[in-house]
Structure formats: C-alpha cells, structure tokens
Design a protein around this ligand. Structure first.
Ligand code: SF4
Length: 732
C-alpha cells in the first residue's frame, strides 16, 4: 500500500510539565517487573534537567509485584541513563563511510522516499522490522499499526522470539490462548515449586529471593525442585536437583507423567471433564519407563521417582520456566509437556499451582498483548483469522484487506530473506541482534546485503549500529511515559521523569510521525502516549488480555493492576489467576493434552564436536551489555566471560584453571578463559551470552550456536550446540 506524502502533523517530544519530587516506574530490565521509586538527589532538585546521576533508585514498597525488593540491575539503573547516548539522527550512504549528523526532517525524508520506492518496485514484503521487549506497549502498538496496517506486511517480529515464543505457542496449543495463568502470590502458596530450564536466582532475582525467604520460614511446607544441567545459585537452594543432559527436558516430563499414572495421581474422569487427548497422552507416557528416561537424561532413577512422588503428594505444584525450556527445537512441545502434567493432576487455576512462564524482558508480555510477533495482532489475535484482521482493520481505520493474511517473517526468516537479497529495508529497534542472534557470522553476511538498515536505539556504539545506514536516537525508559506488563500480567505505568538527550524521541512517536508522512495522518494523529494506550486498551475488550478498564489516568492514580481488567472494573479488581473455573478459551471449552514424542537436540555431540555448549546469563549483566557495561559495580562482579568446564572434560582437553581455551563449533570459534568447576555436568560447557564484538573482552557465544528452531514457535535453539574445546596456543 502506498499513499501520498502529507506534511508533518504533530511533533511529539517530551515536555517536562513540572519539577517532580519523585517518580514511580517498572524496572526496565527483566520480566519480574519490579516497581522502582526514583527521587532526585538533594543536590539536584531540578528533576527536569538532563542528568541521570542526580537520581536515586530504590524498590517501590507500594508495587504489589515486588513489595520494595530490587536486585543489582534495578538498583543501579540510574547510572546507565545518560552514558553513551545517541542524541541526533545519523546517516551514511555506505557502511564504509563515517556517520554524519542529520536533522529529523532529513531522516524522515530518507525513510519516506526509500519506503515508497521499495513498495513500488518490490512490494511491502521487502520491508521488515525487528523490535524489542524493551518497547513500551505504546511503542509496540504503533509499530504494529505502521507495519501491519499502513504498510500491509506482517514482517514485524521482536526479540521476544528468542525469549519466550515457545511459551506463547505452548499456552495457545494447550490452553487455547496465550496468557500465564498464575501470579507471584502463588510462590507463597505452593507446596512444590518445579524450576525447569531457569536459573531464577540470576535471571529473575527478586522472585527467587521471595521463594528463598519462604523456604527459610517454612522449610517443610515447600519443596523446591530444580532441573538444569548446571548447578547454579538456583539449584543450591533446591531440595532436589536433576542435572539432566541438555535436550532431555521433554523426556523427563514424560517420565514424570508415566510415574504419576503409576502412583494413581491422575483421575481420567476428572481429566476428561476439562481436557481432550488423555488416551493418546497416556499411551505415549506408557513407553517412557523410568529406566529409559533415566538412561537418556543421565540421572538416577531415585531422583525421578522422588520428583513424581513430590508432585503427586503436593496440594499445590507451581512450575516455573524460562529460556532453558523455550530455546529448543522442541520448545513448544516441552511447554505443552509441562502443561500436560498440570492439567492431568488438576494443578492449575487454583492458588499455589499452575504452569508459569517467566518472561525475560520487562515488556515481552505487553508485546504479546499488542500483537508484537509476526503472526499476532493486538488483543491476542492472529493474522490467520479473517475476523481478527477485520476487527483490527476497522479499529485502525484501514480499508478491508489492508492487513495481509500472509505469514510475516520471524526474525530468522528476516535474516534468510536478506541472504536471498529479498529485503530492501530492515529496521531494528531497541535491540542488538548482532550479538543476540545465533550463527552471528551468517547474520553479519546477511545484513551486509541489505541496502538500507535502520536502527532506532538509545545507546551509541552497539554491534548493530556498525551495520546500520540510518540511526535514529530513541528516548528510553525514564524519558517517555507508557505501560509495561510483567510476568504475572500486572500492568505498570512508568512515568517520564527526565528529559531525553538532544533530539531523541519515543519510539512510538517516531513510528507515528512516519505513518503521518506516509499519508496516514488520521490513523497516527496521537498527541500523547495516553492516547495511544487508550486506543490499544479499547481493542482488547472481551479478549483474555482485557485492558479495556485501564488507562494511564487510572494506573497513575491507583498503581499497577492485573489483567483481565474489563471496563467497569474497580481498582484492584483484576484477576490474579486465569482458568479458575476449568473452562478454557477453545471451541469446546476444554484444554488440549499434546502427545509429542521427544526429538532431542538438533545438533547432538559427535566425535568431531564432542561437548554440548549451553549459554546463559550472569546476575548483574543485562543481555548485550549496552547498559550494564557502564555500571562499575556490575563490571566488578562480572569482569570477564568464563568457560565453565567439568574437571574430567578439562583434563581430556588439557586445560588448567585460568588457561585460554579455543571453543569451536561448525560455525566458528572463539578464545576464552577457563573456569574448571563441577557445577557443570560432564559433557557440557557453559558460556555467558553478554560479551559481543564491541566489548573489550569480546566472546561471541552466539556465534557458535546454530539457527535451527522450534517449527511451531520459530524460537531458535540458542541453548545447545555441539562444540570442541582445545587448549589455545598463545602466539609468540
Ligand atoms: Fe529489575 Fe528484574 Fe532485578 Fe526486579 S528482578 S529489579 S525487574 S532486573
């Protein structure tokens, strides 16, 4: 779709209305979504001044999700706000040229002209955007409206694809809709908590501390089970740790199902009342005997039996998972495998129980609600449903058929499209895929073929900026107002409390301005983030993720609220749990039990690459370190990346503690310092994923990973690749 260019309608920039005495916001790091309270330091009472160091941060005691708790990342966030910031649009025709500062006027002119040429010559399918769970819901909503509505292509994906799209697919397949059914209070009520594929202590620290506190006070009432190939701060607190081989999570879950049947913990009649598919699942479980399961998982039978016995005996079982489950070629099936166990034992829809995915990013949940993946539309709708497209077209004010019924490109499909020379414009916003995507050499080569790479970003000097032609300075959290939803479906309004640097603008305002300049002045005539949110909230009415009773004004007055929150709901009246009546949003109201045989790793170890590399995070660092590399306290705690290797493997590889190792996969190699530890199981090695090529101690772990992903969720298997480890010879 192409439309005549119209003159600029409204320029939306942050205008500080008054000097603030304090501000409340959701932490912009992980999906726990803690509340922060920010106060200007006494020496800097002019809160509108552009100086981040003049702010102090503490946990917001009034925030129901975190009750005043905060981890090192949240506590130090103010130190990241004004370091290394982009403040003006930058442009270069060729990548070997230096950037020149340009005006927003010129930046929009370039964008409009290029988009119109691409549309005329190749169609809108040659344009793709890759956004971020760092977006506010307003950013997500307007980006989707621009790409899927105004441009008519579904090529909008977000880095949530790397994080939890398997959870989305699993919830949809099993329960009929996305939407974690649990809440954080369930941590205080569960009898057994299963943490599978999640190092919660490091990745969701405030939630983990809540669990630990309870364990200290109610030692016998709470049993903690951890499933992870690596011993972590999470497993240190566990009553039972199953260090399974990477890629055997689904095998383990089926083994638990087998034993639950043996233990008489499943009532087929009760299951039949709320879920379809039990006979097929029971037949599949019958083949997963403890002997077979334990041989594949590499664990003792006693541990498996103890897990099943704890599950069977517990009045409330809560399962928590994150990327260890989701980042797999069988991510969706594994999520469904967790949900199966909850459905057949009635451990869902009641206090202290349920399958609870923990989201990685602060607003990945809001992205799902706003339609922020290639197959989604706002309000948990799908591009595959004609009625959903029609509802959104009408709401957005576009003619029937404006939204394409064709699948959009997921992020890896966007990379493949660039390899084939099919993309004319790739727009990356608020994320750093040149560190976070798998198979990075291939990514670099693909992106190098794209004639126009646009980057909207708050921070200068990222690895992705090195591949960009046009860089747009984005206002970030603290400089723009808007909402985020955390893992327990709680929506928090974050206030703008400081001026953005230079000419930086909110992402939603950049997208809206472009929409107006492409001729859609009516559809993008927003004067504020509150207006954007009001439009989004109204289209969610009647959907599971109903925000229609929420507004910026209500959230400002009454604080964070959980959805569903239909119009007319009183403050505090959102629903803490979903599916409490045992009725699911499917055609017959029943959930579905998915019987899927395990596949294992896409790239199992072999003679040439005998070890499995798994990647993860350190407590203090966030993703690709665009922010945390500038926080001294964090860098002191995590000064360098280390390869964790078991003593037996280190001995085979002729490695001593502190030696340099060369780690090679079929896609490349890197050199890194060795840490010998029995925290990792033999046959598996671990690297952190934070250090990209722009860091002084570059260690591009994802360069080694393959790009195969779950065929349903399209989430890459970033958690496992076959590697070889050798002693690195030091030149000279
Ligand atoms: Fe922020 Fe997550 Fe830490 Fe809470 S746990 S302060 S949301 S990084």
């Amino acid at each position: 779709m192409s439309a005549p260019t119209e003159p600029l309608a409204v320029a939306v920039v942050f205008e500080p209305s008054s000097v603030l005495s304090s501000a409340r916001a959701q932490c912009p790091y992980c999906g726990v979504g803690c509340g922060l309270e920010l106060k200007p330091a006494a020496a800097a009472l002019d809160a509108t001044a552009y100086s981040a160091d003049s702010w102090t941060v503490r946990g917001d005691r009034l925030h129901p999700s975190s009750l005043g708790q905060v981890c090192v990342k949240g506590a130090t966030v103010a130190e990241t706000l004004d370091r290394n910031r982009l403040s003006t649009p930058l442009w270069r025709e060729q990548r070997d040229q230096p950037f020149e500062a340009i005006s927003w006027e010129r930046a929009f002119t370039i964008l409009v002209e290029r988009i119109q040429v691409i549309q005329a010559e190749r169609g809108s399918g040659a344009i793709a955007m890759y956004g971020s769970g760092q977006f506010l819901t307003e950013d997500y909503y307007v980006a989707n409206k621009l790409i899927k509505g105004a441009l008519g292509t579904n090529n909008f994906d977000a880095n949530s694809r790397l994080c939890m799209s398997s959870a989305v697919s699993g919830y949809k397949l099993s329960l009929g809709s996305d939407g974690p059914p649990c809440c954080y209070d369930d941590l205080d009520l569960a009898g057994t908590v299963l943490l599978i594929g999640t190092n919660t202590a490091d990745c969701h620290p405030v939630l983990f501390q809540r669990l630990l506190k309870r364990k200290r006070h109610q030692k016998e009432a709470l049993q903690i089970i951890v499933v992870d190939p690596r011993a972590t701060a999470t497993s240190a607190a566990a009553d039972l740790h199953l260090a399974i081989r990477p890629g055997t999570d689904l095998v383990l879950l089926h083994g638990v199902g087998h034993l639950l049947l043996q233990l008489g913990a499943v009532d087929p009649e009760r299951v039949a009342a709320c879920a379809d598919g039990f006979a097929e699942l029971a037949a599949l479980w019958a083949g997963w005997t403890p002997e077979r399961v334990c041989a594949l998982c590499g664990i003792e039978e006693e541990a498996l039996r103890r897990l099943a016995a704890l599950w069977a005996a517990s009045s409330g079982v809560l399962s928590l998972w994150s990327m260890g489950v989701n980042q797999s070629v069988e991510g969706t099936a594994t999520v469904a495998g967790i949900i199966n166990l909850h459905l057949v034992t009635g451990q869902i829809g009641k206090p202290g129980a349920g399958p609870f995915s923990l989201t990685g990013q602060p607003n990945a949940m809001g992205g799902r609600e706003a339609g922020g993946l290639a197959a989604l539309l706002p309000g948990y709708r799908s591009i595959h449903e004609a009625s959903h497209r029609a509802a959104i077209e009408q709401h957005w004010g576009f003619p029937p058929g404006a939204i394409s019924a064709r699948d959009g490109l997921s992020v890896w499909e966007q990379i493949e499209a660039m390899e084939r020379g099919e993309l004319g414009l790739w727009w990356v916003a608020a994320t750093n895929p040149l560190v976070s995507l798998p198979s990075l050499d291939r990514v670099r080569q693909a992106v190098a073929q794209c004639p126009l790479v646009v980057l909207s970003e708050a921070y200068a000097g990222t690895e992705t900026e090195a591949m960009a032609h046009l860089v747009l300075p984005a206002a970030q959290w603290s400089e723009k107002e808007g909402v985020m939803t955390n893992s327990e479906r709680r929506v928090t309004l974050s206030h703008a409390f400081r001026q953005a640097p230079g000419e930086a603008r909110p992402d939603w305002a950049i997208f809206a301005e472009l929409g107006r300049r492409l001729g859609f002045s009516k559809q993008f005539a927003y004067g504020s983030a509150a207006e954007v949110y009001a439009e989004f909230a109204s289209i969610t009415a009647g959907r599971l993720c109903d925000h229609s009773g929420l507004s910026h004004a209500l959230l400002a007055e009454h604080g964070p609220q959980q959805w569903p929150f239909p119009a007319g709901t009183a403050a505090g009246g959102g629903q803490p749990r979903l599916h409490t009546e045992g009725v699911y949003p499917t055609a017959n109201g029943k959930a579905r039990l998915l019987a899927q045989q395990p596949l294992g790793l896409a790239e199992p170890p072999d003679d040439g690459f005998p070890l499995v590399l798994t990647v993860g995070r350190y407590l203090g660092h966030w993703h690709t370190m665009t922010r945390t590399a500038h926080v001294e306290r964090v860098c002191r705690s995590h000064p360098e990346p280390l390869l964790e290797i078991h003593p037996a493997d280190a001995s085979c590889c002729n490695l001593d503690e502190g030696a340099l190792a060369r780690v090679s996969s079929r896609r490349g190699e890197l050199t890194v310092k060795v840490q010998i530890t029995d925290r990792i199981r033999p046959g598996t090695v671990f690297l952190p994923m934070h250090w990209g090529a722009a860091q002084e101690q570059a260690c591009e772990a994802n360069r080694l990973m393959h790009a195969l992903g779950c065929p349903i969720s399209k989430q890459p298997e970033l958690k496992a690749a076959a590697v070889r480890v050798e002693r690195a010879e030091i030149a000279g």
